[in-house]
Design a protein around this ligand. Structure first.
Ligand code: GLC
Ligand code: CA
Length: 565
């Protein structure tokens, strides 16, 4: 390039760098980061987000109508829980056709409309790919079941019983009872790790693998930016079918506890992930995994030894800490940060009691919800929010067994009340049914929706929603938060969780009071390159402030500041 172009180039670069980072369209940025490393993800449970035709169930047109809300909030990608044709035994996680939309949610044309509207608002679409099992109503299974010699027989896992009335082994379904169901017509058992209506696909059959890889290609062509892969831990089983060791005690469904060493986390899972990744890479797409890792080595494996498996294995370790414990959070962040891959942070989803209740102390839940938002949205890594979390939506659990919709809540009542409580309709405003639908929704909204809804909260500068908005806006524009490293500060402090995010001589300090008493924290950043630093507030709760390097925090207070030299 000739020298005289340099001034023009530098002007263009200056303009480009002043644009909000949220608008990243290039494949990688100057740090080599991909779009999904800067994106904020948001999970939508489609039955419960927005109901465009007032039948009590959310739908794709409903989601499309809320793209402006999502963009204003600071969301860059939505992961939609399964919206494919399904008998809805497990509310969509039982798919009867992988390449279509359930009529209850709309049509493929509605899907296209949603993708297009998302594009206009800078919101990408991530679909939920149920890889472990299909519905028993999928034509593959219908054929598979029809005879021992059917074309699709070997697409599922069929075995003879051990003896009359005896399943092939002692494997237990995580949703209750034996994981084997006898089909009297062909006198063999099929395997289902989840409900009997969710037969496990046989991933050892190359035809299954091909069909599933082709499904991802089919959706990439339709504008999907990636997948959340459901239940990947259970893709393979030991074909010799050894019994699992029995452990003491019983689970919430009353079944014996077992150590699932022969039907979970088998090494073959990684071969499949590599293949799915190869296809994803052709479309610059991201793979998020529902990976229940119990330690950091397992998490490392899911990234792949050469970054060739999941870009975003979900780290659920945060969801296992249900108290505000700075030492425990520090320990987990340090581990995830050192795992080598890009960290992913999640505090709630459609299978877990909402974070509002889990971390809340019953008295200061709003303050705690703001604190948790300010926390995981300022860490190094990609956060995945859950719809309504930004409003402080609470669990609305059924009070009577007859009201329970989630089957595990019916079979496990009262020890297991099911997952309805965390799946209730999004709370938009103070209208009937919180503005979700004019018809009674499939699950009821709680009375707290009168105060905790998008319309009311958007008017209150101190609402949970406005804390989320402020933090998300900062996260998209502040380079230290986007690109910076993470360094834990004051690691002996058991009340105040604090850390520094730094990038190229710039830094942001985050201080979070995880206790119910006012707290102070003093910082010495001399060894971090800030000998005589000052703290300039960026986002803070009303009573939190700094004087020099001393930060004063109200109970559950938040103080996020730029460190200036
Ligand atoms: C995953 C989903 C859960 C579903 C299960 C079976 O764990 O998150 O909702 O019930 O897979 O598909
Ligand atoms: Ca509807």
């Amino acid at each position: 390039m000739s020298k005289r172009f340099y001034p023009i180039l530098s002007i263009l670069l200056a303009i480009a760098s002043s644009l909000p980072l949220a608008a990243q369209t290039k494949s990688v940025d100057t740090e080599g980061h991909k779009w999904w490393q800067h994106a904020v993800f948001y999970e939508i449970y489609p039955r419960s987000f927005a109901d465009s035709n007032n039948d009590g169930i959310g739908d794709l047109k409903g989601i499309t109508s809320k793209m402006a809300y999502l963009h204003d909030l600071g969301v860059d990608a939505i992961w939609i829980s399964p919206c494919f044709p399904s008998p809805q035994v497990d509310f969509g996680y039982d798919v009867s056709d992988y390449e279509n939309i359930d009529p209850m949610y709309g049509t493929l044309a509605d899907f296209e409309g949603m993708v297009a509207e998302g594009k206009t608002h800078g919101v990408r679409i991530i679909l939920d790919f149920v890889v472990n099992h299909s519905s028993d109503q999928h034509q593959w299974f219908v054929d598979s079941k029809s005879s021992r010699s059917a074309q699709h027989r070997d697409w599922y896992i069929w075995r003879d019983g051990k003896g009359p009335g005896q399943p092939p082994n002692n494997w237990i379904s995580t949703f209750g009872g034996s994981a084997w169901k006898l089909d009297p017509a062909t006198n063999q058992y099929y395997y289902h790790y989840f409900y009997a209506e969710q037969p496990d696909l046989n991933w050892r059959n190359p035809a299954v693998e091909k069909a599933m890889l082709d499904t991802t290609r089919w959706w990439y062509k339709r504008g999907v930016s990636g997948f959340r892969l459901d239940a990947v831990d259970t893709l393979f089983e030991d074909p010799r079918l050894p019994d699992n060791p029995v452990l003491p005690g019983t689970n919430k469904q009353g079944d014996p506890n077992t150590d699932e060493i022969h039907n979970k986390k088998l090494p073959e899972v990684h071969d499949v992930l590599k293949k799915l990744r190869k296809v994803a890479d052709e479309s610059d797409a991201v793979l998020i995994g529902e990976t229940w890792t119990s330690n950091i080595d397992e998490l490392k494996e899911y990234y792949g030894s050469h970054d060739n498996e999941l870009q975003m294995p979900m780290d659920f370790m945060f969801t296992t800490v249900d108290k505000l414990s700075p030492p425990e959070f520090r320990r987990q962040i340090a581990q995830v940060d050192a795992a080598g891959g890009w960290p992913v942070f999640v505090i709630s989803n459609h299978d877990k009691v909402r974070s509002y209740n889990r971390y809340g102390d019953g008295k200061n839940n709003d303050a705690i919800a703001k604190l948790m938002g300010a926390f995981y949205l300022t860490l190094r890594g990609t956060p995945i929010m859950y719809y309504g979390e930004e409003l402080g939506m609470e669990n609305n659990d059924p009070k009577r067994k007859e009201d329970v919709k989630d089957p595990i809540g019916r079979t496990g009542w009262p020890q297991e009340v099911g997952r309805d409580g965390e799946r209730t309709p999004m709370q938009w405003n103070t209208d009937t049914n919180a503005g979700f639908s004019q018809k009674d929704p499939w699950l009821p909204v709680p009375p707290s929706s009168k105060s905790h809804n998008a319309a009311t909260e958007s008017k209150d500068p101190n609402s949970v929603l406005n804390m989320y908005k402020k933090v998300l806006a900062l996260r998209h524009t502040n380079e230290a938060l986007v690109e910076g490293s993470y360094t834990a500060l004051n690691e002996d402090d058991t009340n105040v969780m604090s850390y520094l995010r730094s990038y190229k001589g710039k830094a942001v300090l985050v201080a979070l009071n995880m206790s119910a008493s006012p707290s102070k924290a003093t910082f010495n950043l001399a060894d971090k390159g800030f000998a005589s630093a000052n703290l300039k507030s960026l986002v803070a709760t009303p009573q939190s402030s700094a004087k020099g390097m001393e930060v004063t925090l109200e109970p559950f207070g938040v103080f996020i500041a730029e460190v200036s030299k």
